[in-house]
Design a protein around this ligand. Structure first.
Ligand code: NAD
Length: 248
């Protein structure tokens, strides 16, 4: 594929931002989607000022009709979508008895249904092109479990299952679907959890990682970029651990 259009959700911060930068630097036109309009526009401007193709689209991935409008706008502005990376996500820490129905529904709506919606809207272009790359960002907590995170872990487990189902269903169209389940990555999300005391310090956890440090967003972006390349055409339905050896 010479002309590739990538949609990256959660692109205003952390891993999504690093992935958007990596894909744009590699020559893709990148649609950056995020709820945080100010940081999103800043991120897109930074890319366009460097001569790269990028455009910001402010949206809540949990709002189906708004996401539909955004995908239509992406097609108009940049062209048919052949790469989708879903990094938009929220985390929460609550003992199971304190999880309200509203909180449960919001976590599932953003992390799982938001991922499904974006996939469903991107896949028709990929089928038409006979080529596509989908990378979901799940979580190693879906492999290991995590206390006080039943809602989050369930949503990410759903993302893993969605990824595997789609890999089988879409393989015949030249579309690969993989998930990266990060462990600890030093992003604003992790620093916020550290600050409010939901996790030990990022540096402390980093020392427990076999390679001796927490991940950085660029570690995830490098793997993602490879999964989006032609060279990864035989990799589909996989959990690609990028975790410094934490889970093997
Ligand atoms: N940081 C970690 O250690 C870690 C570990 C495992 C999994 N993850 C997952 O990786 C992904 C990226 O996390 P990060 O650490 O880069 O976090 P981050 O908070 O730095 O970035 C997430 C981005 O998603 C956006 N977002 C949140 N809800 C949204 C919505 N409804 N619609 C659109 N955008 C929305 C936020 O505005 C933010 O810009 C998330 O799905 C997260 O659950 C993170």
């Amino acid at each position: 594929m010479s002309e590739r259009v990538a949609v990256v959700t959660g692109a205003a911060s952390g891993m999504g931002l690093a992935i958007a930068r990596e894909l744009a630097a590699g020559g893709d036109a990148v649609a950056l989607l995020d709820l945080n309009g100010d940081r999103l526009r800043e991120a897109a401007t930074d890319l366009t000022q460097r001569g790269l193709r990028a455009a910001p689209f402010e949206v809540d991935v949990a709002e189906r009709s708004a996401v539909e409008r955004v995908f239509a706008a992406v097609r108009d502005e940049l062209g048919p979508v052949t790469i989708l990376v879903t990094s938009a996500g929220i985390e929460a820490f609550d003992p199971v008895l304190d999880i309200t129905p509203e909180k449960w529904e919001r976590i599932i709506a953003v992390n799982l249904t938001g991922t499904f919606t974006c996939v469903q809207l991107a896949v028709p272009d990929m089928i038409a092109a006979g080529w596509g790359r989908i990378v979901t960002i799940s979580s190693s907590s879906a492999q290991s479990g995590a206390p006080n995170m039943a809602h989050y872990v369930a949503s990410k487990g759903g993302v893993v299952g969605l990824t595997k189902a789609l890999a089988r269903e879409l393989a015949g169209h030249g579309i690969t679907v993989n998930t990266i389940p990060p462990s600890l990555v030093d992003t604003p999300m992790a620093r916020h959890a550290e600050k409010i005391g939901n996790i030990p310090s990022v540096d402390q956890i980093g020392k427990m990682v076999p390679v001796g440090r927490a991940g950085c967003p660029e570690d995830i972006a490098a793997a993602c970029s490879f999964l989006c390349s032609d060279r990864a055409s035989y990799i589909t339905g996989q959990l690609i651990g990028v975790n410094g050896g934490m889970y093997i």
